[in-house]
Design a protein around this ligand. Structure first.
Ligand SMILES: C[S@@+](CC[C@H](N)C(=O)[O-])C[C@H]1O[C@@H](n2cnc3c(N)ncnc32)[C@H](O)[C@@H]1O
Length: 279
């Protein structure tokens, strides 16, 4: 039984962090003429109505996308991300937040392709509707980890896999580590981005050790915290990027520093970008 619904959290600081980086990774893939495949293992519904009662419950977007909306000093590195958010909003007010599939759809080119898997039946129904008739997008009601076995490596041999689990089951870090090692064995040259919450330091440490000792190389670790210790919300989150694009590390640090200044609550937290495993 899946109880997690992303609608409660849509557009929060973790989404901004994740989607800003996702945008940069897809833009880098788009620099070469050859087609690529974007594979989203935990796709969600695709687009979130921030006026929905679930989104209104804690209004997490207030400390996320709402802080960027309307700002006129958005750095160039975030321009495509903000353009994707604006494209989801037909009116001047912020109403909808695009999830990872809709952001990716905004960026892929006519020859590129997207594979989406989502396990929650109701969320899948909305996702399917969102992309109905779209020949570049294949959405599946499927466990994301099974999907990796079914669809990797992609025919294009170029692309990005986003693993964005809801972390609502015990031992999720270990499940991700196992899936990542298997996926990497199938497709060692693929780019992988794995999002995680900074909430269980012990589990995270075990996960990092597992990945470090897996033999996988070229893994960048990006961490972003904005919430004070006493906050009811998770203090921060991170992303591992395997096989990041050239110069992604140097590009990501100033982008995240800017986001931190925009989103940190009372100066809490900070940004860390470093190699977990070098080339
Ligand atoms: C954090 S949300 C995804 C948000 C989405 N990637 C985005 O950025 O817009 C996680 C999603 O994964 C789904 N989910 C949970 N376990 C899953 C699994 N084993 N396989 C596929 N989807 C799963 C949940 O129903 C939820 O919609």
């Amino acid at each position: 039984m899946l109880s997690y619904r992303h609608m409660y959290h849509a557009g929060n600081y973790a989404d901004v962090f994740k989607h800003a980086l996702l945008t940069r990774l897809l833009l880098a893939l788009g620099h070469k003429d050859k087609p690529y495949c974007y594979h989203d293992t935990h796709a969600g519904i695709g687009r979130y109505d921030l006026m929905h009662p679930w989104a209104q419950k804690a209004r997490e977007y207030d400390n996320g996308i709402a802080r960027l909306w309307g700002r006129e000093d958005i750095p160039e590195a975030l321009a495509s991300y903000m353009a994707a958010v604006k494209a989801a909003n037909p009116y001047p007010n912020l109403r909808f937040y695009p999830g990872s599939p809709v952001i990716a759809r905004h960026l892929i080119r006519p020859g590129d392709r997207m594979i989406l898997t989502e396990l929650n039946k109701e969320d899948y129904a909305e996702l399917k509707l969102q992309f109905a008739g779209d020949k570049q997008v294949a959405a599946h009601l499927l466990d994301g980890y099974q999907g990796l076995k079914a669809f990797l490596p992609p025919a294009e041999r170029r692309g990005l896999v986003l693993l964005d689990s809801s972390f609502d089951r015990a031992k999720e870090f270990m499940r991700i580590a196992t899936a990542l090692k298997e996926a990497h064995a199938r497709w060692p040259t693929g780019m992988y981005a794995v999002w995680y919450p900074l909430m269980e330091p012990g589990a995270m440490l075990g996960f990092a050790r597992e990945i470090e000792s897996s033999g996988i190389r070229k893994i960048l670790k990006l961490e972003f915290s904005v919430m004070p210790d006493e906050s009811a919300f998770t203090p921060g989150c991170g992303m591992l990027v395997i096989n990041p694009p050239y110069q992604f590390k140097d590009e990501a640090k100033p982008l995240l520093d800017w986001l931190w200044r925009a989103l940190s609550v009372d100066g809490a937290g900070g940004v860390k970008v470093d190699w977990l495993v070098r080339e």
